[in-house]
Design a protein around this ligand. Structure first.
Ligand code: MN
Length: 196
């Protein structure tokens, strides 16, 4: 059985950027529904009891396994997204990540612009990501439930740009939501742990 992992902070901890109301629906309804759907789809199959990573890797790109892929990946993505943010986060990272950002993007400000524009320009639902590939940091976007690690990219941070992530608080203003997440919420300690 897959279970809904606990949030790393209280539902109101990310306000005013992300309200308790948004978290309540996004975590309590959307994320939970992906968990419930995954349990129903995996029941009685070889994937009952498998790890999320195994299900995602083995079902990616397979049309007859799209339901399993979408729900497993959305469970994984949302847990990763909650941990990508913390109250009083954001700003510039330090140490190895700061050096790697300067090497890959020229400056923190350039990185911030690229993460923002890439996330904002995802057409329709999806995700903006900071990943590492071949020892270099990259900013990428994925549509719907897709994850970078099926393409050999290791995720460090993500921003959910599905409308359910911001519509209750910012309505159509995706850029305002994305920029506020980057400036006030990103958890660079989580990114550093993922970088290893
Ligand atoms: Mn979402």
């Amino acid at each position: 059985m897959f279970t809904l992992p606990p949030l790393p902070w209280a539902e109101n901890a990310l306000a005013p950027v992300i309200s308790a109301n948004t978290i309540s629906f996004h975590y309590g309804k959307h994320h939970k529904t992906y968990v419930d759907n995954l349990n129903n789809l995996a029941k009685g199959t070889d994937y009952e009891g498998a790890t999320l990573e195994k299900i995602i890797s083995e079902t990616a790109g397979k049309a007859d396994k799209a339901g399993l892929f979408n729900n497993a990946a959305q469970v994984w993505n949302h847990t990763f997204y909650w941990h990508s943010m913390k109250p009083s986060g954001g700003g510039k990272p330090t140490g190895k990540l700061a050096t790697m950002i300067d090497a890959a993007f020229g400056s923190y400000d350039n990185f911030k612009k690229e993460l923002s524009s890439t996330s904002v320009s995802q057409f329709g639902s999806g995700w903006g990501w900071l990943v590492v590939e071949g020892g270099t940091l990259k900013v990428v976007k994925t549509p719907n439930a897709e994850v970078p690690f099926t393409r050999g990219q290791k995720p460090l941070l993500t921003i959910d740009v599905w409308e359910h992530a911001y519509y209750l608080d910012q309505q159509n203003k995706r850029a305002a939501y994305v920029d506020a997440v980057i400036e006030k919420l990103l958890d660079w300690d989580f990114a550093a742990r993922n970088l290893g």
